[in-house]
Write a protein that binds this ligand. Structure first.
Ligand SMILES: [Zn+2]
Length: 178
């Protein structure tokens, strides 16, 4: 086993990376200058010889091994970036969350508008109106700013569990809306 903390692979890290604009107090990113996959640094682990994410390895070196590998994917811990710089491996910029947290974080930061569950954003009164309305699916979708299939699902009652109540995420059953 090699001493990873002093391993020459850290020569491939640029510690004078950019300072994140939205949180300058974090200081400079430590940017991996080797292989990037989908923006994330990847390297061959010097001991196991397996390909690993650079930011995960950096996190584990600073904080110890990440537990929970046996959990279902959505609950499995993943290492997220406060700085939004995928190639960054500054331990101070990394935090442990779940894949779900990571996805919600992206949505909050507006990085993936298409992941925003906009069809959940109809208020209970809007749902009532859709259920009572005889207008076309297209007209209702336009009025509430949702997809046609969201309107169809509400009409069919398929989506009743995921209809948020006023946007606070509380699920409502269709019969509670009557
Ligand atoms: Zn960073």
């Amino acid at each position: 086993m090699q001493d990873l903390a002093n391993h020459p692979l850290w020569l491939r890290v640029n510690k004078d990376g950019p300072v994140p604009e939205h949180c300058p107090e974090l200081g400079s990113c430590h940017v991996w200058t080797g292989c990037l996959v989908d923006g994330y640094g990847q390297l061959q682990h010097p001991n196991t010889k397996r390909r690993v994410y650079a930011h995960r390895l950096a996190y584990e070196l600073a904080n110890g091994p990440i537990q929970g590998g046996e959990l279902p994917v959505k609950q499995r811990p993943c290492v997220c970036h406060r700085c939004d710089n995928r190639a960054c491996m500054n331990p101070a910029h990394l935090f442990l969350g779940t894949h779900f947290d990571n996805a919600m974080d992206r949505v909050r930061k507006g990085r993936s508008a298409k992941e925003v569950p906009s069809k959940w954003r109809i208020s209970p009164s809007g749902v009532r109106e859709i259920l009572a309305s005889t207008a076309s699916t297209q007209a209702l979708a336009d009025r509430y700013g949702v997809t046609n299939s969201a309107v169809r699902q509400i009409r069919l009652g398929i989506n009743r569990k995921s209809i948020a109540s006023g946007g606070n995420g509380v699920g409502m059953k269709r019969d509670q809306l009557r």
